[in-house]
Design a protein around this ligand. Structure first.
Ligand SMILES: Cc1cc2nc3c(=O)[nH]c(=O)nc-3n(C[C@H](O)[C@H](O)[C@H](O)COP(=O)(O)O)c2cc1C
Length: 405
């Protein structure tokens, strides 16, 4: 198989190469998203794998030594004990590099995949998510730090008196039973959250150490971070305990004209059907239920996500326009900010956003991989280092140490 064969995405070497490049660039972590169900249109157009993130990250733990390994886990479709064990396992195997991106799962297609009669509405999913996260942290905390004895002579693995069964009996979850192994290197894997609605921000304020966001502008990013910090304080925590890393799509070129040309070529390669279907799917709506040549009908029930709110608002602003036309102006990925330009210009933008109090860093998404990532590492990171804005070596060994170091 030649390296640029698209089937390459199905093998570990593809992921290993990306992880190694990111680690060469001294980045805090790599992040694997997950949606749990795949819409039919994505089968046709998108060479994505959506492998189980923990399996991939566990394999990557073996081929990297420092970089953090963050994966998505669903509070609606997983069981707390199982999820707690899986992320704690990753934390052990990686020497303390695991992070859990807490999501409630927005796509209603997940319900059918999991044999559920219906997909809960957003308010219910977030109430559920609070309790779920609470149980998971209780499970991680159940083994005290010094419960492990490891004494061969006396034949003692652990001190039973230092292992406290959480006996969690909540409104939705009932968990009796400890995790089968001692506390992982970070104690708790790093908690990450990406919901943008007020309920999503509420969950982040209570638990998250790192927040992925998707602001459409610098002003929106400042506002989001300020609101989040206010909520963090209300939840009894300090704003410094929560880092905000907006998603930033990047298309790079050695000149601005070259970057624009790359962006235009990529845009032309995309299927005309993909954009409107992706706008619906990423908003938690079923693409098969809509006609792209008619205006988007008003919602009949609750709106499934903050992204769907934005899509409906865009449709209301142009009532005559078809869904296809409205979707043309909606970014389909996780974020809404797309940078197109040179490495120098990107370094300038990163510094500008940081200095404006909009971000603590970015979740960089290359419009192609590994090209944009390798270019970022080889040409943007050195500029940031030269300006004293980026580490020149890893000083810690765990993900939490990278975030706070
Ligand atoms: C950078 C970023 C990454 C995300 N990753 C995932 C993911 O892997 N899986 C998922 O189901 N949702 C993901 N989301 C979506 C959010 O977790 C959330 O479900 C969605 O924004 C709907 O919630 P909201 O209405 O509170 O915004 C991501 C969002 C952003 C901005």
């Amino acid at each position: 198989m030649v390296p640029d064969d698209v089937r390459h995405v199905l093998g570990l070497p593809y992921y290993a190469e990306i992880a190694r490049i990111a680690e060469r660039g001294l980045m805090d972590s790599i992040f694997l998203a997950d949606n749990l169900a795949i819409a039919g249109y994505r089968v046709t157009h998108l060479p994505q794998t959506q492998f189980d993130p923990i399996s991939v990250l566990s394999a990557l733990a073996a081929v990297t030594s420092h970089i953090g390994l963050i994966g998505t886990g669903s509070t609606t479709y997983a069981k707390p004990w199982d999820l707690a064990r899986r992320f704690a396992t990753l934390d052990h195997l990686s020497g303390g590099r695991a992070g859990w991106n807490i999501v409630t799962t927005v796509t209603p297609l997940a319900a059918a995949a999991f044999g559920e009669a219906s997909h809960p509405d957003p308010a219910e999913r977030y109430v559920w998510a609070h309790e779920f996260t609470d149980v998971v942290t209780h499970l991680w905390d159940a083994w005290e730090d010094d419960a492990l004895v490891g004494d061969r002579e006396r034949g003692v693995w652990a001190d039973r008196s230092k292992v406290n069964d959480p006996h969690f009996h909540g409104q939705f979850h009932r968990v009796d039973g400890i995790l089968p192994f001692p506390r992982s290197p970070q104690g708790r894997p790093v908690l990450v959250q990406a919901g943008q609605s007020s309920a999503g921000v509420g969950l982040a304020a209570k638990y998250a150490e790192l927040v992925f966001s998707g602001p459409p502008s610098l002003e929106a990013a400042v506002k989001f971070r300020t609101t989040l910090h206010e909520q963090v304080v209300k939840a009894g925590r300090h704003p410094d305990q929560v880092l905000v890393l907006p998603a930033l799509m990047v298309t790079l070129g050695s000149t601005e004209a070259e970057a624009q040309e790359r962006a235009r070529t990529l845009e032309e390669l995309s299927s005309p059907e993909f954009r409107w279907q992706n706008a619906l799917y990423t908003a938690g709506l079923d693409p098969d239920a809509f006609d792209p040549d008619l205006p988007l009908p008003e919602p009949t029930g609750s709106v499934p996500s903050s992204r769907a709110e934005r899509l409906y608002a865009a449709a209301r602003a142009r009532p005559e326009a078809s869904l296809r036309e409205v979707a043309q102006h909606i970014e389909g990925g996780a974020g809404q900010t797309h940078f197109v330009g040179t490495p120098e210009q990107l370094a300038d933008m990163i510094i500008e956003w940081q200095d404006a109090g909009a971000v603590d860093g970015f979740t960089v998404m290359g419009s192609t991989l590994p090209y944009e990532l390798a270019t970022f590492v080889d040409q943007v990171v050195p500029v940031l280092q030269k300006r004293g804005r980026f580490r020149t070596e890893y000083t810690g060994s765990t993900l939490r140490e990278h975030l706070t170091g």
